[in-house]
Each structure stands twice: as C-alpha cells, then as structure tokens.
Design a binder for this molecule. Structure first.
Ligand SMILES: Nc1ncnc2c1ncn2[C@@H]1O[C@H](COP(=O)(O)OP(=O)(O)OP(=O)(O)O)[C@@H](O)[C@H]1O
Ligand SMILES: [Mg+2]
Length: 334
C-alpha cells in the first residue's frame, strides 16, 4: 500500500501479478477489446528481427533485440512553447518506426486539448478521460492509425484532467501496464508548458525530446523546461529537434548553440535529433487529416522524419530501461 493514500482505494492484482492500489472501477457497459487487434503487427516485427521486410527503410541490427527483449522504449515529446509541431513529430515518427516493423503506441497525453486523433481524421467516442474515470480500459480506447500504429487518444475540454490527481496517476500506471508487453516503442505527445501533467509524463519516460521553433521565446521556454526537469527531477539527458527552420544549415547552428548553452549551464547531456524545415506539405497534409509521411513520402519533411526515426532508434540506451510505464509511480516517489 502507498503510505498516506486515501482509504477508498482498493487493491488490484495486475496482469503481471503485482498489487497496485486503485480506485474502484465502474464495471458497467465495459466491452472487452479483442487482444488480437494490438498483436497484429507482431508478425511484421518478427520478420523485421530476422529477414528484412521493408527494403526501403534502413535497419539497425541491434535495435530490435534491444527493444523487444525489454519493456517498451518510452519517449516523451514536449516543448516549452505551444504550437511548435510536437504532435506532427510524434505522429510521423510513429509511422516511420512502425514501418520498420516495431509496434508503436502513440500516447496522447494532451488531456486538455487533444489533437492526435483529429490530425488523423478520428473522432473517437472514448478517450483517456474514460480510462481515468474508470468506465473504459486502455485497450478499449485504442485506435488504429496509419500503418497499424496504435493510439491512446487524449481528452478535450475536461478541465479536471489538466492536472492529474494522485489517484488518476495511479489508475494510469495500472492501465498502462496492461499494454506494456504489446509495444516496442511508446511515444508520448504532451501538451505545451511546464504543468504537473507534463512533468509527470516526462519523468515517466526514458528519453525526453524537446521541440524548439526558430524564435527566441521557444528557446527560452525549452531551456526553462529542461532546467526544471534537470534540477527538480534529475533528468540528465535530452534530445532536441528544431522544427520550422528556414534552412538546414541555419537550423543546425541554432541547435548547436542551444546544446552548448544548456550543457554548460545545466550540466546535462543534450544531443540534436534533427532539423525539420518549414514545409508546405505538412500543412497540406494537415488539411486532409493525413500524416505527411503518408501523403507526401518524398516531401523534404518526410525525408527528415525518416532520418530522425533512424537516429532516435539508434540512440536507444541499451542499459537503461527506466522509462517503463509501470515504473511511473516509483519514479515519481523515489
Ligand atoms: N515544419 C513545418 N512546416 C510547416 N508547418 C508546420 C511544420 N510543423 C508544424 N506545422 C504546422 O504547425 C501547426 C502546429 O503543429 P502541432 O499541432 O503539431 O504543434 P504542437 O506543438 O503539437 O501544438 P500544441 O502545443 O498546441 O500541442 C500545425 O498547423 C502544423 O500543420
Ligand atoms: Mg500538440
């Protein structure tokens, strides 16, 4: 039991045999999801581990082994400032990783103004708010997106969820644990800013990606966020993406300066994941609710997403699987 935890919570034995303290679940109206749905890509993943299946995509031999023998690789994508392209980055990276035969979950952690489903043309009836209220399980709200990526839709307009309570965080941990064996990679799309939810999802992740836009307010906000995560939550490793650059060279210079400043003043390790230029194809794809890598695979931004997916997967730390969703709670209360 968690010391000091409210008594109206009950104990629940999880699939993995662990006991978690949980609020009582409302059982009415629950339909059990077909578990085969989220296993559909396993054959594809297995093919990837042995013989090449998608010849156009470069593969890293150590990758599948590292990812598949462990818990999922959990990465959060955040920014200080809003509207810098986080959700597009998450969706497009997810599709590119799934194309490599990995089983990818997009976790839409924007609980105030969710946009992942909308960007892909979904209007889901159920979302994370139903999971958090106990009327649906995580499996029951999953959506299947392009290439078979799975999506946990966030919620919109539910103000109570913009700062999750301890009870809601615990429910999330338990529900997330049910999905753990089903995925190789979990990409968490957070909302902007340094809210308690954003911090929670960042510290639950193994890696933290910060997205910046080429303007001073965006750098300052991203720096502030890394500072909070580094000083108050001991996060020591960050990856930066510059989105919306006018040209690649300028983007690289901006990122290099930001890396140097952050490393020096925060004593953290910061690496550049890549630069995405301004690309009209992203906006065109947005208008028809498609991902740019799907609709315009040869667009300059699509090529960047492919490179970035490879780079991210190659950088997966082999000896640190501390981002497991089931360790949410432990990480939060050391
Ligand atoms: N490289 C780019 N070139 C052109 N347009 C882009 C690019 N990246 C993103 N956009 C556009 O910028 C807008 C914001 O993108 P997105 O919703 O992904 O940002 P966000 O950081 O997730 O926003 P929020 O903080 O509100 O969640 C969208 O209209 C998208 O089409
Ligand atoms: Mg977003």
């Amino acid at each position: 039991m968690v010391p000091g935890y409210p008594t109206r919570l009950s104990c629940s034995v999880t699939g993995a045999g662990r006991v978690l303290v949980l609020p009582d679940r409302c059982p009415t109206g629950i339909t059990i999801a077909d578990p085969r749905r989220i296993r559909r890509n396993r054959a594809k993943r297995n093919a990837y581990m042995g013989i090449s299946q998608i010849s156009a995509v470069p593969k890293s031999s150590s990758l599948s082994q590292d990812l598949c023998q462990s818990r999922p690789y959990v990465v959060s994508v955040s920014s200080g400032k809003g509207g810098v392209g986080k959700t597009h980055i998450v969706i497009n990276l997810a599709i590119e990783m799934q194309r490599r035969g990995l089983r990818v979950l997009v976790f839409d952690a924007d609980l105030g103004l969710s946009s992942v489903p909308m960007l892909l043309g979904f209007a889901p009836e159920y979302n994370l708010s139903h999971v958090l209220m106990g009327s649906r399980t995580m499996n029951e709200v999953l959506l299947e997106g392009p290439e078979g990526i799975q999506i946990v839709p966030g919620s919109s307009g539910v103000q109570e969820l913009t700062a999750l309570t301890t009870e809601q965080q615990l429910r999330l941990i338990c529900e997330a644990e049910e999905l753990e064996d089903e995925f190789d990679v979990v990409l968490i799309d957070t909302c902007a800013g340094i809210s308690s939810n954003v911090i929670f999802f960042n510290i639950a992740s193994q890696d933290n990606i910060m997205v910046v836009y080429p303007e001073p307010a965006s750098f300052v906000d991203a720096f502030a966020m890394m500072k909070v995560l580094a000083i108050q939550h001991h996060r020591k490793r960050f990856k930066l993406i510059l989105n919306g650059a006018t040209d690649e060279e300028e983007g690289r210079q901006i990122l290099d300066r930001m890396v140097a400043v952050s490393q020096k003043s925060l004593q953290i390790s910061v690496s550049c994941l890549g630069v995405i230029p301004q690309d009209i194809h992203i906006r065109k794809a947005t208008r028809v609710q498609k991902a740019v890598v799907d609709l315009y695979p040869e667009a300059v931004s699509s090529r960047c997403f492919r490179k970035m997916a490879s780079k991210l997967l190659e950088s997966v730390p082999k000896d640190d699987f501390s981002g497991s969703l089931q360790l949410f709670w432990k990480r939060k209360t050391p």
